[in-house]
Design a binder for this molecule. Structure first.
Ligand code: ADP
Ligand code: MG
Length: 372
């Protein structure tokens, strides 16, 4: 397979209630693939400029809903400005789908502070479906049109959470909550969590049920459930296998692993009020995210010709994402940002992170083997 750069998309959402209540001002501009962020403390300065593969303006345009968010409305003068879920799927999800059919692995991960729109893009809410449901629906629809021929199709699903450096199987509520799953290393396939439940699925509905089941299994800390979910990394893994016979009657299997990663909030965890477990939690989450930052930096250095060791082993997250970041995968990062001046530092840090990530190169190959 050819080497290619990790693709980066940036998406800015509209003001949320808190930002409106705080009379926040917008500091993000986008035009022709360029994203500009202005420092609210230095209004006279030029903004800092970034260029990414995709820039998604979901701040305004179209018509405003009662919840303050916007949706496209072609009848309005600005009706096309707002970028909706369909556009994101067209650009990112469709490509992942054709990769899956061709037998390439792909990974999509969302980075950004809590509330910036990571889950909205990856999973979505209600009728505003994100990439995961649209991807699955389309995959099964396409399988439906091809079924009955010589090729057999298998789809499996698994879902895990990394919380405090512990891997929890979200499809197995009885798995050991304290120790979590052990991470093993396979010489070819990289790291994988031992005994993770991998279930066959034959419809999006089946996956959706599993995801609901997974969501209820999710860790609920004593204080605030929302805060907790923002501190865990969730990884959904879909495997798609196509089995056929070649002219010699030998069985062939083409397989693709699709990882969809909703990362923990990237904000620096403040220690205010955090004691005991809560403090440990913040520290461990930082360990996984800062390890990811170090891995991304090392890989970017490598792409620029430097000889450096990539510290995959420094966290569970970076072990599980090893293939996605430095190996056999076509990978996309969505950097989700708030439009508001009050989030300047966090948004700038997300854009810098994304800027580093876009230098990474991976080399995806078609996974096709005669079956044993
Ligand atoms: P995160 O997962 O990064 O913590 P969420 O995806 O849960 O953040 O988004 C926070 C809120 O903002 C949710 O209510 C979500 O529906 C809304 N939201 C985020 N991005 C968008 C968008 N592009 N368009 C409309 N609503 C959005
Ligand atoms: Mg989220």
């Amino acid at each position: 397979g050819a080497e290619e750069n990790l693709k980066v998309a940036v998406r800015v959402r509209s003001f949320n209630k808190r930002e409106i209540d705080m009379n926040a001002k917008p500091i993000i501009e986008m035009s022709a693939g360029q994203t500009v962020i202005r420092n609210p403390a230095e209004p006279a300065e030029d903004g800092k400029k970034f260029a990414f593969d995709y820039s998604y303006w979901s701040f305004d345009g179209g018509k405003q809903r009662s919840d303050g968010f916007w949706e496209p409305d072609l009848a309005q003068p600005n009706g096309k400005k707002y970028c909706d879920q369909n556009k994101v799927f067209e650009d990112l999800g469709k490509g992942m789908l054709s990769n899956a059919w061709e037998g390439y692995n792909s990974t999509l991960f969302a980075y950004g502070q809590t509330g910036s729109g990571k889950s909205y893009s990856v999973v979505g809410y209600g009728p505003n479906k994100g990439i995961v449901p649209m991807f699955c629906e389309q995959l099964f629809a396409e399988i439906g049109t091809k079924k009955g021929g010589d090729t057999a199709y298998e789809v499996t699903f698994s879902m895990l959470e990394i919380y405090n450096e512990i891997v929890r199987d979200l499809l197995n509520p009885n798995s050991d909550k304290k120790k979590g799953l052990r991470i093993r290393q396979h010489p070819k396939k990289g790291f994988w969590p031992e005994q993770l439940a991998v279930v066959p699925v034959d419809s999006y509905q089946a996956i959706s049920n599993k995801m609901d089941q997974g969501a209820t299994t999710r860790t609920i800390a004593a204080t605030n459930m929302n805060a907790t979910s923002s501190r865990a990394h969730t990884i959904v893994c879909i495997t798609f296998i196509q089995k056929s016979k070649n002219s010699a009657g030998q069985e062939l299997a083409k397989s693709s692993v699709v990882n969809l990663v909703d990362l923990a909030g990237s904000e620096r965890v403040s220690s205010t009020g955090a004691t005991g477990d809560r403090l440990k939690e913040g520290a461990a989450i930082n360990q996984s995210l800062s390890a990811l930052g170090n891995v991304i930096s090392a890989l970017a250095d490598q792409s620029n010709g430097k000889k450096v060791k990539v510290p995959y082993r420094d966290s569970v997250l970076t072990q599980l994402l090893m293939n996605a970041l430095g190996g056999n995968s076509k990978t996309i990062m969505i950097a989700a940002i708030s439009p508001a001046d009050i989030n300047y530092e966090e948004s700038l840090s997300t854009l810098r992170y994304a800027d580093r990530a876009k230098q990474i190169k991976t080399r995806a190959i078609i996974n096709e083997d005669p079956t044993e």
